[in-house]
Ligand binder design. Sequence first.
Ligand SMILES: Cc1cc2nc3c(=O)[nH]c(=O)nc-3n(C[C@H](O)[C@H](O)[C@H](O)COP(=O)(O)OP(=O)(O)OC[C@H]3O[C@@H](n4cnc5c(N)ncnc54)[C@H](O)[C@@H]3O)c2cc1C
Length: 320
Amino acid sequence: MAGAWVFAEVTPDGPHPAAFELLTHARSFDDDPTAIALGPGATAAAADLGANGAATVYASDDPVFAEHPGRPAAHVLAGLIEAEAPDVVLFAQTYDSRDVAGRLQGCIGSALMGNATSIADPRHARAEIFGGTKIVDVELAGPAPTLILLRPKSIAAEPTGGTARIVPLEAEVPEDERGARIVERHEEAASGPRLEDAKVVLAGGRGLGGPDAFAMLDELANEIGGAAVGASRAAVDAGWVPYSYQIGQTGKTVKPEVYLAAGISGALQHIVGMKGAKRIVAINKDADAPLLAMADLGVVGDLFQVLPALTEEIRRRKGS
Ligand SMILES: Cc1cc2nc3c(=O)[nH]c(=O)nc-3n(C[C@H](O)[C@H](O)[C@H](O)COP(=O)(O)OP(=O)(O)OC[C@H]3O[C@@H](n4cnc5c(N)ncnc54)[C@H](O)[C@@H]3O)c2cc1C
């Protein structure tokens, strides 16, 4: 059995952390999964991929994969699949990997499943629907390999400390398989930890009433230290904060030690992105808000009074 393959996105800082989670998923049914790493830094990424359970890494450092979105990777993967016949290819549910998986599906005609949270074997995976209130076990039919997109943070990565065998890939991507060219990249200015990695997440919703009120969350995050600020979709759709802040079904999934929600009602589509938090604190002036019902600590009150008081109390206890 050629087994499980993991499409490992390569970033300037090494493999995307979701690749380590995918390898952990893959190892639940294949002891020796294979990772495919494409783009500058791919060969160097093999060490980290091996340390996270990849037995083999197919690597190409060709810049063509960084210069064009999706298409070259799908083209090369399709050729490799034809030659090696894996049973399943796992992708992280990120923008770039979704692009590659969708294009690959168009090339090879296999079943493609999105939004999976776990996988039992190449033909059986699980997803949560209706904002995480229903669990569906899905059986995938059709030709191998199946293609499965797994939600980041649906499993904790378990490093193995292993070493991968590196197989250099000669990427041949004809001009007509390159498509659009990436001409510019913009890094959104950010300070503090990434939302996905922060131990404390402070999220604001429509109840904040406008962009200026997010300064209260920034101030609180600053006092706590190591905290990141996020938002509900209502706040993002209103243009108060960028989309990169959005937590939920169509945003990011976070699993912090503490999740504090201010002025967020607790719609299912929001909850699905934060319900894995160890402790949930909710501030809402409506005692019937659904998020208060699932919170470990619920404060029924006006966030414009509670947040500054909380910041002040932290300052007082720190003696600053
Ligand atoms: C396909 C689909 C995908 C979606 N994906 C997402 C997603 O990824 N993430 C997401 O968040 N949503 C998502 N949504 C939207 C979701 O359904 C809700 O509309 C959204 O989460 C509501 O945001 P909110 O809680 O900030 O706003 P509201 O539901 O309007 O809640 C605002 C809350 O603030 C409280 N409040 C108001 N003033 C104060 C005050 N002064 N002090 C304290 N509390 C106050 C109110 O009592 C209320 O509970 C999605 C919807 C759909 C259909």
